[in-house]
Write a protein that binds this ligand. Structure first.
Ligand code: PMP
Length: 452
């Protein structure tokens, strides 16, 4: 609809690029080495670049716009809220915040019925850890090596991803461990059952060696996202829940990326029938239309702060525009059955479609995922499983693959040696298949770099 790009839009795009290069400092980048793509328009599962080319958004903008771009119900809700009340300090009650909290409490598992709102994912993680520390009176935190929990000081410290290392200001009590990842098993496991058992043994040994009575929390992405979409094998998260209870530490499920329908259930932890003590969310809660994150809190942790002040807060906690967007997003997801659609896409399009690509392309080591949350792991050699780019790095082969996708009209999410297939949850099956067909052609780029 309305896809003819005007000369005025193109001109605005050219000016945006010019000013960007003059004045904008970009995340995670060597500033003079980058050429940011300009986006002049977005709608549904599509974005338009600075030349007016339409690209299918298989990235959801950092796995964020679960309901696609410019959803009319959410745009209208933000406009309506802006006409009523644009901002209010956190100590006042407000209808947008109250209703967003009610919906989050209703959707989260167990009795996580109290919600603290933040501006995004990293500060949700920071506050969840702070709550766990104050509740337990302990300091140390367990976190997986292959994880991403955010870019602020503590969130990047608990992150396992190598980007943590460039931010190493000393250890804030974090102890890293290996979570299960059968394809690159640290435990020499051959089956999921072995991987689960050995990963749990490794975790318990780590706890004992680091001080069984020292841990405030274990933080885990229910399904690790940025680090590679490794769906935990059966029994693992149940085992973690048991160890957390046994050693008196809080289980923080980080659902910033996996939550709000991405995995084909409202929360990824719902696949495992486990209830954490704290659950962090952001991104999909309102598809990033206005920055919002938060922590859903158990009754036990809530009780700690019943008669003792919680020492923490943010000016924009529960911002009305962000909360109005969350209410409209969640309602639209329900009305339009987007979570069910994502589950169905996983089973009928992405699962079988990606398996077909894996059978065909010599550079694919593994495909894995669920719902609208999939990773393609690229390797130089299927036997040795040597990654197409190092963990934490890039490579000409990966850059060629990304360029091949873009030139064919697909905007991918790329991370190290992986392409993630993470489109909006409401992408049509037809567009989803069209995206896979583009990947099929583009993967010739990495196939050429396979070393036998
Ligand atoms: N946790 C997880 C699991 C994430 O994927 C991210 C962002 N990719 C964060 C936390 C940090 O969120 P934000 O960038 O909104 O601070």
């Amino acid at each position: 609809a309305g896809s003819g790009v005007s000369e005025a839009e193109l001109e605005a795009g050219r000016r945006a690029y010019e000013l960007d290069r003059k004045h904008v400092f970009h995340s995670w980048s060597a500033q003079e080495q980058i050429k940011p793509m300009t986006v002049i328009r977005a709608e549904g599962s599509y974005v338009w670049d600075g030349e007016g080319n339409r690209l299918l958004d298989f990235s959801s903008q950092l796995v964020n716009t679960n309901i696609g771009h410019q959803h009319p119900k959410v745009v209208a809700a933000i406009q309506e809220q802006a006409g009523k009340l644009c901002t209010i300090a956190p100590q006042f009650a407000n209808d947008a915040r109250s209703e967003a909290a009610r919906l989050v409490a209703e959707l989260t598992p167990g009795e996580l019925d109290k919600v603290f709102f933040t501006n995004g994912g990293a500060d949700a993680v920071e506050h969840a850890i702070r709550m766990a520390r104050l509740h337990t009176g302990r300091y140390k935190v367990l976190s997986a090596y292959r994880s991403y929990h955010g870019g602020t000081a503590l969130a990047v410290n608990v992150t396992g991803d190598p980007r943590r290392i460039a931010n190493d200001y000393g250890n804030a009590g974090t102890v890293h461990f290996h979570a299960p990842f059968l394809y690159r098993s640290q435990f020499h496991a051959a089956t999921e059952a072995e991987e689960t058992q050995r990963a749990l043994e490794h975790l318990e040994t780590t706890i004992q060696l680091e001080g069984a009575d020292r841990f405030a929390a274990i933080i885990l992405e229910s399904i690790p996202g940025t680090a590679g979409i490794m769906v935990p094998p059966p029994g693992y998260l149940q085992g973690v829940r048991e160890l957390a209870t046994k050693y008196g530490m809080m289980f923080i499920a980080d659902e910033v990326m996996a939550g709000f329908g991405r995995s084909g259930k409202w929360f990824a932890i719902d696949h495992f029938d486990v209830v954490p003590d704290l659950l962090t969310f952001a991104k999909g809660v309102n598809s990033g239309y206005v920055p919002l994150g938060g922590v859903a809190i158990s009754p036990e942790i809530y009780a700690t702060f019943a008669d003792r002040p919680y020492p923490g807060g943010l000016t924009y906690s529960g911002h009305p525009l962000a909360c109005a967007a969350a209410v409209a997003t969640i309602n639209a997801m329900r009305e339009e059955r987007m979570v069910e659609h994502a589950a169905d896409l996983g089973e009928t399009v992405f699962g079988p479609g990606l398996a077909e690509l894996a059978a065909k392309h010599s550079s694919i080591g593994e495909v894995r995922g669920v719902g609208a949350f999939w990773a393609i792991e690229l390797v130089k050699n299927q036997q040795t499983r040597e990654p197409m780019a190092a963990y934490g790095g890039s490579s000409p082969a990966m850059n060629e693959l990304i360029a091949a996708c873009k030139s064919r009209g697909l905007l991918p999410f790329a991370n190290f040696n992986r392409i993630h297939v993470v489109p909006p949850l409401n992408i049509s099956a037809e567009d989803a298949r069209a995206g896979l067909a583009i990947l099929d052609e583009a993967l010739e780029a990495t196939d050429r770099h396979v070393e036998s």
